[in-house]
Design a binder for this molecule. Sequence first.
Ligand code: 6PG
Length: 248
Amino acid sequence: MVHEQVHISRTPGDVAANVASVLLERLAQAQTEGRVASVVLTGGSLAREVHRAVAEHADSGTVDWGRVDFWWGDERFVPADDGDRNAGQAWEDMLSRLPVDPARVHAMPAADDSYEDLDAAAWSHGEQLHDWVAAREPWFDVLMLGIGPDGHCASLFPGHPAVASEADVVPVHDSPKPPPRRISFGLGTLMRARHVMFAAAGADKAAAVAASVAGGDVHAAPSAGPRGTETTGWYVDEAAAEQAQVRR
Ligand code: 6PG
């Protein structure tokens, strides 16, 4: 049975700690079941807190970090050394502090010379993803997502044509939130994880969290779309949970 639940913590720090510990459990579980574990990371301030919390558990021994594949649900299409890159931030906060296998870190292309063209970069990353997923079903163990106050998730924004794209990896032109050029997993790809973990904190997220939990029109609120094949969890603080219809 597919399980959906809102997990409410008191503070944003508590949310991050909870998400980090559930993520570690899920990765360890995947490895116990004999798989190379996989996680799709996201950006944003709360995700950064989660990453730092995970890095603190580097030595816990429950996860074999060399046998974890890392992907991103979206990326800002800026040069590789730009501090805005989700991948760069994740390296700084977490990956550089864990014994990961660099070959299993699948960062999205950066806007450097070889990938000047956004459409070509998204296409090329899609090819890389297709090679990797070949025999996997579902594709990912865990998919992490933030939620914007406007209801966006990954780099899929309300009313933006990228939401309707059937591509697995989508070039996002004219993002309403800077930077304007981004790459995002398409909505279809965001449906291909065992466990979807949304994390959000703050009163400005309350309406968007409610829309995400309720489901419904993904063009109005893209975060209403992604669901895990086994579980979907919203990890929120009390302020962000305020408008969601939840069983407490
Ligand atoms: C971006 C941001 C954005 C972020 C959410 C949640 O790409 O512009 O990363 O998508 O993930 O808005 O961010 P916070 O955790 O900072 O609220």
